[in-house]
Design a protein around this ligand. Structure first.
Ligand SMILES: [Zn+2]
Length: 260
């Protein structure tokens, strides 16, 4: 297999000079426990493999994407009691993002898509500031939110529902992507405990979950009916959505974007 020119870790300088990219994709994960049965790198694999797959499909549609190396750490501030979990704070995330943006702008790449795989990563305030300061066109994709209708259909009863973290949806993706790294027979039920204070349980009110107390096996959602086939259907549908976005953004001219 020749190196894929849309994956920066594989591409050589000759390929990139001959066919320069115009939209960068930054996969962003987290390294954290996913119940007892999935790798700590689950979000990293998901972000990287989805970005590569979607960018490949977008390139076939005439887009010029380049997938950057994945950022492996995310905001895990409420999971620091779990072994070997590293959390990066918002200031660190801003520093990384801001350096990525200023580097890309020096190479005339002025469109960036962040492909986020971790619910604890919040990019909106960072992007609002950076877009206003630099003019870089930045799009954030939370991949698990891309296909709500299909997800609700696939994980409807007798399934257990998609779950929130290491649940049936996320557990289904991994046997499709990295079958050797999933030990489903070790999975806990992914049960969640509510907050003791009932006023914290209403919509419109939020405080971060103290993860180990609210999620005893670290999972949120029962993973035990997940299958690779369900994961494949979701992955392909998500990839199609990301590819279409990359194709449209890549081919858009400056005047069509919010920043002229
Ligand atoms: Zn995850």
């Amino acid at each position: 297999m020749p190196p894929r020119s849309h994956v920066l870790l594989e591409a050589n300088y000759r390929q990139l000079l001959d066919d320069p990219p115009n939209v960068a994709v930054l996969p962003w994960g987290a390294t954290e426990a996913h119940n007892y049965h999935m790798p700590h790198g689950t979000d990293v694999y998901e972000a990287q493999l989805l970005a590569e797959h979607a960018a490949g499909a977008a390139a076939k549609q005439g887009a010029k994407p380049i997938v950057l190396p994945v950022v492996p750490f995310g905001n895990d501030g409420q999971q620091l009691d779990q072994v070997a979990t590293i959390s990066i704070g918002t200031a660190t995330a801003m520093a990384i993002l801001s350096d990525v943006v200023s580097s890309l702008q020096k190479q005339n790449i002025d469109k960036l898509v962040i492909l986020n795989a971790h619910g604890g990563n919040e990019f909106k305030p960072l992007v609002r500031d950076l877009q206003a300061e630099t003019g870089m066109f930045i799009v954030v994709v939370n991949f698990w939110q891309l296909i709500p209708d299909l997800v609700n259909k696939i994980f409807a009863p007798p399934g257990n529902g998609p779950g929130d973290h290491a649940g049936e949806l996320e557990t289904a993706l991994m046997p499709h992507l990295t079958p050797d790294l999933v030990a489903l027979d070790q999975a806990g039920p992914g049960a969640m405990h509510d907050f003791a204070l009932k006023t914290l349980r209403q919509s419109g009110v939020w405080t971060p979950r103290p993860w180990s107390a609210t999620h005893p096996d670290t999972g949120a959602g029962d993973p035990r009916k997940a299958t690779a086939d369900k994961g494949k259907r979701c992955f392909e549908a998500m990839s199609e959505k990301v590819a279409a976005l990359l194709a449209e953004v890549s081919q858009a001219s400056k005047g069509q974007l919010p920043y002229v």
